[in-house]
Design a protein around this ligand. Structure first.
Ligand SMILES: Cc1cc2nc3c(=O)[nH]c(=O)nc-3n(C[C@H](O)[C@H](O)[C@H](O)COP(=O)(O)OP(=O)(O)OC[C@H]3O[C@@H](n4cnc5c(N)ncnc54)[C@H](O)[C@@H]3O)c2cc1C
Length: 379
């Protein structure tokens, strides 16, 4: 229904990922694969994705990747989200691999790209207990020692560090300054670097969410990711990529909720006929379909502009805001259309809803996206 404006190759890619999810992670096997939801990332499954070449889409061919387009990356994220494949590490890694292409040193690229293509996972630690939407309020410090620094501080809500081999952390170097962005620097470090510890933070949905502690973690000039003091502008670019990838995640989730709802209302009978024959149900589902269509169209339009090098930050915010709010509405409507069964843990709609809600928070809340859009239209 929504594939009309894709090329044959893009349709083939989507179909192949969809079939992979159905074959390798069918609904009745996911509980066993994930140890009853203890993890959202099954390494063996992720390595099978590596064999398909999908982990190298954002990696240049000269580093063993596919050198694919950003639209292809979005389509893979969308289908993995639709297919509910337990490969949670893909989301953060596919965001961060673009930052590697953009800011990393040659040495970091030589290490990171082949590792990511083979199945390594990357994570990012920006948020702190007292610095969420206001990133520049961060307190994690990198204090100079010899030719390098030592990192001390605490991060919050770090997705996937518990399964990742790499973490990008933002810290402030240098003394106090009136400029709140001064000294903000990204460091790329292996997660097993001495002094890094993490605890899982229980949430409504995501299981691989963590508080992270940096206790005298030694970092050298070779660990700087981008420029010393350059993190604020690096993060603007990184977060724009993140907002588009998270948009693809929300689109896949909403499309899955729509398809499950249609299947349910076609088979559930009340008053002697399928509930899908009632106009009130049909109208709700028509609105759900409209939101999925609009979200997918927006995602593709801006994805194509990224590939053409003409996308703006405002467009990334629009995609993130629209698709995440739409996914929340669509999954909630899907639950209502299923009556009491939508509320049961045995059905998946409650899981889709819980995963959709966080889409309006991580990567910058909906309120922050509205601030950014309003600012960019001159307010
Ligand atoms: C499951 C999960 C995974 C996450 N993964 C990561 C990760 O991997 N790495 C990472 O660094 N972070 C991660 N985050 C953190 C996420 O990005 C932050 O939660 C988010 O940016 C909001 O920060 P906060 O929670 O501190 O909320 P706050 O910033 O305290 O906001 C509280 C409320 O105030 C509103 N608000 C704040 N400032 C303004 C403003 N200027 N104008 C209008 N409204 C405003 C917000 O919209 C929100 O409604 C994750 C969060 C969750 C829940």
């Amino acid at each position: 229904m929504y594939d009309a404006d894709l090329s044959d190759e893009q349709i083939m890619l989507k179909t192949t990922v969809r079939d992979f999810c159905r074959r390798e992670a069918p609904r009745d096997k996911i509980a066993a694969m994930t140890n009853n939801g203890e993890t959202a990332h099954v390494d063996a499954l992720y390595r099978k994705m590596a064999d398909q070449g999908w982990l190298g889409i954002g990696v240049p061919e000269s580093f063993g990747g596919e050198g694919g387009t950003f639209v292809e990356e979005l389509l893979v994220v969308e289908e993995l989200s639709y297919g509910r494949a337990p490969v949670g590490g893909h989301l953060t890694t596919s965001i961060l691999v673009h930052a590697v292409a953009e800011f990393a040193s040659d040495q970091q690229r030589e290490t990171l790209f082949p590792a990511v293509v083979a199945g390594d996972v990357m994570s990012i630690a920006i948020t702190e207990p007292d610095a969420g939407s206001d990133v520049s309020a961060l307190r994690t410090r990198a204090t100079e020692r010899g030719v390098g620094w030592v990192l001390n501080g605490q991060k919050m809500f770090c997705t996937n560090i518990n399964i990742a081999q790499w973490v990008i952390v933002v810290a402030k170097v240098g003394g106090q300054s009136d400029d709140r962005h001064a000294g903000m620097t990204l460091f790329l470090v292996p997660t097993d670097r001495p002094g890094i510890t993490h605890n899982r933070v229980p949430t409504l949905g995501h299981v691989d969410t963590n508080a992270v502690f940096f206790d005298n973690v030694e970092v050298g000039p070779e660990d700087v990711f981008g420029k010393v003091g350059g993190a604020f502008s690096h993060l603007i670019s990184l977060l724009n990529t993140e907002r588009l990838i998270l948009g693809a995640y929300s689109v896949g989730l909403a499309r899955r909720a729509l398809d499950d709802t249609i299947a349910y209302v076609n088979q559930r009978e009340q008053f002697g006929k399928p509930v899908g024959k009632f106009q009130a149900v049909q109208h709700t589902i028509a609105e759900m379909a409209m939101k999925v269509y609009a979200g997918e169209s927006l995602m593709l339009r801006v994805g194509r502009k990224v590939d053409a090098g003409v996308a703006t930050g405002q467009e990334a915010s629009i995609v993130k805001l629209y698709t995440s709010e739409a996914a929340k509405e669509v999954t909630l409507d899907g639950m209502q259309m299923m009556g009491g069964y939508g509320y049961m843990m045995e059905f998946d709609m409650q899981h889709y809803l819980r995963d959709a809600v966080v889409g309006t928070v991580f990567g910058g809340t909906s309120q922050i996206q509205k601030n950014l859009i309003a600012h960019q239209v001159g307010l």
